[in-house]
Design a protein around this ligand. Structure first.
Ligand code: SF4
Length: 420
């Protein structure tokens, strides 16, 4: 195979892979063994993100962009008139090793269109990971996309060689999936996810008894949802996330704003803006659910089915629940401190520690690095200077917005004018 042909395949298959954002490598603890290649030890060693949050440090490619399916939202769908290509297993192995040696990448993110069948495709993805680990002694990060409908045996093998596995749900609701990918079935996503979850649990418990038990998908599993392709509300999206986090112990759910790629009446038309800000608000909500103790129904419910775009979800929640504020930073528990807009968990822990020794005032909070520009409206402390407490949620929102600059200002300005 000529160098030009490999280069051409790489161009086609790397470009096709850019729509998948579920490739962060955090959480893996694979260390370098037998003086092999690479090391995915520790948090963050293998990933970096572009400005819009997409991961760039892995070799991120499809094995092939041939596909027997015709999912309307996907550039790889069989009815799309695009250039097609397919790598041989050995070609992906060679590329990974060559790129790794040149320091271009720290790992591999390998996905694929489904050619012939789910198992036929999955077998080849597994073969890449197996060769890298066993023949090349590669200890860098490997994220394999699991093919919906692949057999349990292949999923089990995949987990023995990959750090992370993911099956993309793609469309957040069953109705949306039926509309845009009628050949697909939610069960096909759920079965491999369940298999991976059960294997992780089993391997972990065996390892407690037999130390030499290999690790199974040490960085866990993740999934991705496309946002804005099927008219779903943020409430539906976050309930779906919540379900998958809880039911399958997912490490991460990724939200990918739909990029209009086809003239299909079922989809937003070409030229429609990619919902980047909405994507960002969903990530923030996801974070609040995982680390701040928020439940979905607190942020999104039947009265409030979509996230505010002009304020972050924690501030939005606080402005709708002014009766909970102000919070006394010298008395409140961790749960309520974490709900003060502008206060991150680091600040919460600093406050909890520091107040064991003294009552805290504005100066103490400032010295601790607490961002008071927002927080000051929602807390009281040991100080004689008070912010106004007689403001309604909408009034306070308007004051905060006047003093805020956002990197999404251009997207927001038409909406902010409504509050002018
Ligand atoms: S099965 Fe996957 S690759 Fe194929 S068209 Fe559907 S989303 Fe795209």
């Amino acid at each position: 195979m000529s160098f030009e042909r490999i280069q051409e395949k790489l161009k086609i298959l790397a470009d096709a892979a850019k729509y998948d954002v579920s490739c962060a490598s955090s959480g893996s603890k694979r260390s370098n063994i037998n003086k092999g290649l690479g090391d995915a030890t520790g948090m963050g060693i293998c990933h970096s993100y572009t400005e819009d949050g997409r991961c760039v440090s892995l070799l991120k490619i499809l094995l092939t962009n041939y596909c027997i399916f015709d999912c309307a939202y996907c550039v790889t769908r069989k009815s799309n008139d695009i250039k097609r290509a397919a790598f041989q297993v050995q070609e992906v192995v060679d590329l990974t090793i060559n790129f790794y040696r040149r320091n271009y990448i720290e790992g591999l993110f390998l996905s694929s269109g489904i050619f012939k069948s789910a198992d036929y495709t999955m077998e080849r993805l597994v073969a890449v990971a197996k060769k890298l680990r066993l023949e090349e002694n590669f200890n860098g990060y490997i994220h394999l996309k699991s093919i919906p409908g692949a057999s349990d045996e292949l999923m089990k093998e995949a987990g023995l060689y990959a750090d992370r596995l993911s099956v993309n749900i793609e469309i957040p609701t069953k109705e949306g999936l039926k509309l845009l990918a009628p050949e697909k079935n939610r069960e096909d996503f759920i079965k491999p996810m369940l298999k991976v979850k059960n294997e992780i649990i089993q391997y972990q418990s065996e390892k407690k008894i037999i130390k030499s038990t290999p690790t199974f998908a040490p960085a866990g599993q993740s999934t991705q949802m496309i946002i804005g392709a099927s008219g779903e509300s943020d409430q539906q999206i976050m309930w779906t996330s919540n379900y998958f986090y809880k039911k399958f112990n997912l490490k991460r759910v990724y939200y990918s704003g739909y990029i209009p790629i086809s003239h299909d009446p079922r989809l937003p038309q070409i030229g429609t803006d990619v919902p980047m800000l909405r994507e960002n608000r969903l990530y923030q909500t996801d974070w609040l659910m995982r680390f701040y103790g928020f439940e979905v129904h607190e942020i999104l419910n039947n009265e409030h089915q979509n996230l505010d775009l002009d304020v972050d979800p924690k501030l939005g929640w606080a402005l709708r629940n002014m009766a909970h504020f102000p919070v006394d930073v010298n008395k409140a528990d961790k749960f309520m401190l974490a709900r003060i807009p502008g206060l991150g968990m680091k600040s919460v822990h600093k406050i909890l520690q520091a107040r064991q020794f003294r009552n805290l005032n504005w100066d103490h909070l400032k010295l601790m690095g607490v961002a008071l520009n927002r927080a000051k409206y929602f807390l009281v402390c040991d100080s004689r200077d008070f912010e106004r407490r007689d403001l309604t949620g909408p009034q306070l929102k308007s004051i905060i917005l006047q003093n805020t600059t956002s990197k999404y200002q251009n997207i927001l300005s038409p909406q902010l004018n409504l509050f002018g």
